[in-house]
Design a binder for this molecule. Structure first.
Ligand code: NAP
Length: 460
């Protein structure tokens, strides 16, 4: 049986090793998940909400240990790991408070119109849902699926990214520890090659993936082949547009945060900075200075602002993207090389200008602290550059001109437009993309309905 290893990206040292689950163990977890579905129904809204609040209390009471695991396994600065745990607890309580209202359904006001004495729609759980999750927010990404899924009455099985097995094991036990029925939410320690068999298992009703395009294709095809519902949250290369009327200092400060939070490894990090020529030179200088001044280092040290990339291959991908641009004539305004440390997978916060369509950065997602700068001469050109991407996840638009804002809101091809801010996920707002960023939505009322059967009831 193969092993799944937890490696500290700031040193490259192995910190924990787990055996992959056997076929028998996977079978037992799927059977337990299926058996948990009627028990979840029996608990009712109040019962599930009580247990969900208990799970929120648990992760909050264990925040020191849990944030430490996140930072140790994937390298994000410790303050951001703590914020991830707090946000996860908030989302659990949000769904504990709101799930029933989100899924209350509706009565048809005029049933005679459909020749009925009564007619209504209701939202019923689908059953067991498989969640294939990434390492970049190892707790939050899972909770934002698990909290609405469990509150709706679904059971969940988690296949987490192979580099965060400690987070996977923690989450696999969390909900049972909080009092949910055995099997209501569990983790399968398996590699990606074993995912398709789980999707095909007749007890699994649907699948959600957060991950790369490649994983999206594999999982979308497998689910399509067996005609099962899939939600795909994939990559992004979000534009961050700055127009002349924007407050420049605020825009620069937010641009740095939007590019480097989570060590630059968030799907909704701003990645392409599209700046009007009237303010381009000032923006570029201030942005490059601020990026170069960031403190890169040990993520467990609270003064660190940017930690290492999570994997060695992730750093190699980033290096190759930057080298490709450099060779083809791009200008490096900050960074552009590995960090000073011999150990670990550090990469300096980087700003690159003069990007051309022949460069890979023009179309590909840079999953690390590398910002691409584009100079444009009008709003039309800014929107054209923004939309000239295979992705359509989030976006940010900086301007104080109402007519420009109205156009951006309408014309940016993305699942979200944040005006004078940066794209952030909130439990209250739906989250997801278009184009090659995937399909379906998470969070808010739309997210909890994704894994429900919207059932029409007609009564003679
Ligand atoms: P990844 O390599 O696609 O992995 C994501 C998950 O998919 C992991 O559990 C992985 O398992 C599994 N997987 C990979 N290939 C698979 C395959 N062929 N069949 C079945 N499962 C497969 O992505 P990542 O490097 O962890 O995460 C980074 C990507 O996720 C970026 O593109 C980022 O933009 C995207 N992301 C999107 C969102 C969003 O909400 N839209 C949020 C966060 C991240 P193994 O680890 O075992 O390979």
């Amino acid at each position: 049986m193969s092993t799944i290893r937890s490696i500290d990206p700031s040193t490259g040292a192995e910190i924990a090793v787990f055996e992959e689950d056997s076929e028998e163990a996977v079978e037992a977890r799927l059977a337990a998940a299926a058996a948990a579905v009627p028990q979840l129904a029996e608990l009712g809204w109040d019962g599930r909400a009580r247990l969900m609040r208990a799970a929120a209390d648990l992760i909050e009471s264990e925040i020191d240990e849990l944030a430490g695991v996140i930072t140790a396994e994937m390298g994000k600065p410790i303050d951001q790991s703590r914020a991830e745990v707090t946000k996860s607890a908030y989302a659990m309580r949000f769904y504990a408070d709101n799930a029933e209202a989100f899924l209350v359904g509706r009565e048809l006001e005029n049933p005679a119109a459909v020749s009925a004495s009564a007619a209504r729609i209701r939202f019923d759980p689908l059953g067991v849902v498989l969640a294939v999750m990434p390492w970049n927010y190892p707790i939050w990404q899972v909770v934002r699926f698990a909290a609405p899924a469990l509150m709706a009455g679904n059971a969940g099985v988690l296949k987490h990214a192979s580099n965060v097995p400690q987070s996977a094991v923690y989450l696999g036990e969390l909900f049972t520890r909080a009092g949910f029925p055995e099997g209501a939410f569990s983790a399968l320690l398996i590699g990606s090659r074993r995912v398709e068999a789980v999707i095909r298992d007749p007890r699994v009703a649907a699948v959600t993936l957060t991950g790369s395009e490649g994983a999206g294709r594999a999982i979308g095809s497998a689910a399509g082949d067996v005609l099962k519902k899939a939600v795909l949250e994939l990559g992004g290369s979000d534009p961050f547009i700055v127009m002349p009327s924007a407050q420049l200092g605020d825009a620069v400060a937010m641009a740095v945060k939007a590019r480097t939070s989570n060590n630059g490894q968030a799907c909704i990090n701003a990645k392409r900075f599209i700046v009007h020529e009237d303010v381009y030179d000032d923006f570029a200088r201030l942005f490059a200075d601020r990026m170069a001044a960031l403190v890169v280092g040990n993520p467990a040290d609270p003064s660190t602002q940017v930690g290492p990339l999570a994997t060695e291959s992730g750093r190699k991908d980033i290096e190759e993207l930057v080298e490709d641009a450099r060779e083809k004539g791009a200008s490096i305004l900050a960074g552009g090389r590995r960090g000073d440390s011999e150990e670990g997978w550090f990469y300096e916060p980087t700003v690159i200008a003069d990007i051309g369509p022949d460069m890979r950065l023009y179309q590909e997602e840079a999953f690390g602290p590398v910002a691409s700068l584009y100079r444009v001469s009008s709003l039309d050109e800014a929107l054209e550059v923004a939309n000239n991407s295979p992705f359509g996840l989030g976006s940010a638009f900086w301007s104080n001109d109402e007519s420009e804002i109205a156009r951006a809101e309408r014309e940016i091809e993305a699942g979200a437009v944040f005006v004078n801010g940066m794209t952030i996920s909130y439990p209250e707002l739906p989250f997801g993309g278009i184009k090659r960023s995937g399909y379906g939505r998470e969070l808010s009322v739309e997210g909890i309905r994704e894994f429900c059967n919207l059932k029409t009831v007609w009564v003679a």
